[in-house]
Design a binder for this molecule. Structure first.
Ligand SMILES: NC(=O)c1ccc[n+]([C@@H]2O[C@H](COP(=O)([O-])OP(=O)(O)OC[C@H]3O[C@@H](n4cnc5c(N)ncnc54)[C@H](O)[C@@H]3O)[C@@H](O)[C@H]2O)c1
Length: 293
């Protein structure tokens, strides 16, 4: 979607961190930007900040609230003629190990980080398709959606977001709506100060990294915002943020490939499996990458 000026974007969790970085980039690109969040004070200050760049509105909405989503979509249809770019970004961190987590904490993490993404897509996608206009949906996962990092509940939700967006890319193959999935590494945001989980999980640090290193090597939300803007313009599925992830990803994919049965396989079964499982998006990305080299 090259032509963004004058179009409308809706960003969940757009009042802080990565969501605000994306909002700033889309505002600079000339879009009308509507952000939502759950904290009235940060919504107001983000709205003021964005209004200095362009046209911005802030609305309180919890991504778990499906009725509020539907009412908001009606309102954006009336006020803006619909949404052209949807960014499902709202999320919460949770690092406690599985053995310590409660069922309530599982529901909380999955409801916000995965079901919240589906709620946004299910609300806006039919309207975007019905408009017949080019559209784009971005969902924020995490590098923890591609690697089994610490924080298994969070990782389960983020793998879910990656899977949802890859499969959605295939479903929308022949439509004017494109999708991206954002998988950032550590970004300097307020995620550690976000809404508290139910119960009282013990605090867990992300690995044994020194606090100073963690803080000083984190990238800025604005950098992520620019990557998302580029991905929308270039219709790219994967939005990765850290060159440092290459080696870690290669280890995971190599480990999976090393576990594939080594027999010759059956050609007829191979044809069936390919027909059922192949996603054209992988070939397209590889072909485009080869063309760039
Ligand atoms: N910060 C990182 O290092 C990092 C890395 C990978 C992925 N992420 C992901 O990026 C996204 C944004 O996080 P961030 O780091 O910018 O944190 P942040 O706390 O600065 O921003 C999160 C935003 O989500 C909103 N939010 C939380 N619960 C909500 C709910 N129920 N309904 C609506 N809004 C809600 C918050 O109000 C806030 O605006 C999250 O999905 C997070 O999992 C963050």
């Amino acid at each position: 979607m090259r032509d963004l000026a004058g179009k409308t974007a809706f960003i969940t969790g757009g009042d802080s961190g990565i969501g605000l970085g994306v909002a700033q980039s889309l505002c600079h690109a000339g879009m009308n930007v509507i952000i939502c969040g759950v904290v009235p004070e940060t919504l107001q200050s983000a709205q003021r900040e964005l209004a200095r760049i362009g046209k911005a509105e802030a609305i309180e909405l919890d991504v778990r609230d499906r009725e509020a989503f539907a009412a908001l979509a009606d309102r954006l249809d009336r006020g803006y003629g619909g949404v052209d770019v949807l960014v499902n970004n709202a999320g919460v961190g949770f690092l406690a190990p599985v053995a310590e987590a409660t069922f309530e904490q599982w529901d909380w993490v999955l409801d916000i980080n995965l079901t919240g993404v589906f709620n946004g897509i299910r609300t806006f996608l039919p309207r975007m398709l019905a408009s017949g206009r080019p559209g784009h949906i971005v969902s924020t996962a995490s590098i923890g959606g591609l690697l089994g990092t610490p924080g298994a509940l969070y990782v389960a939700a983020k793998f879910g977001v990656v899977g949802l967006m890859e499969a959605l890319a295939a479903e929308l193959w022949d439509t004017p709506v494109n999708v991206s999935v954002l998988t950032p590494g550590i970004v300097r945001t307020n995620i550690h100060k976000g809404p508290p989980p139910p119960g009282e999980p013990r605090p867990h640090a992300p690995g044994a990294t020194a606090e100073a290193d963690l803080h000083e090597t984190a990238i800025q939300p604005r950098e992520v915002g620019e990557r998302v803007l580029q991905a929308i313009r270039e219709e790219r599925l994967y939005v990765l943020t850290h060159a440092e992830h290459r080696e870690l990803l290669a280890r995971r994919f190599d480990a999976i490939l090393a576990s594939v049965p080594t027999d010759q396989g059956d050609p007829r079964r191979a044809a069936v499996e390919r027909t059922v499982l192949a996603n054209p998006i992988y070939d397209e990305i590889l072909t485009a990458a080869e063309a760039r080299q």
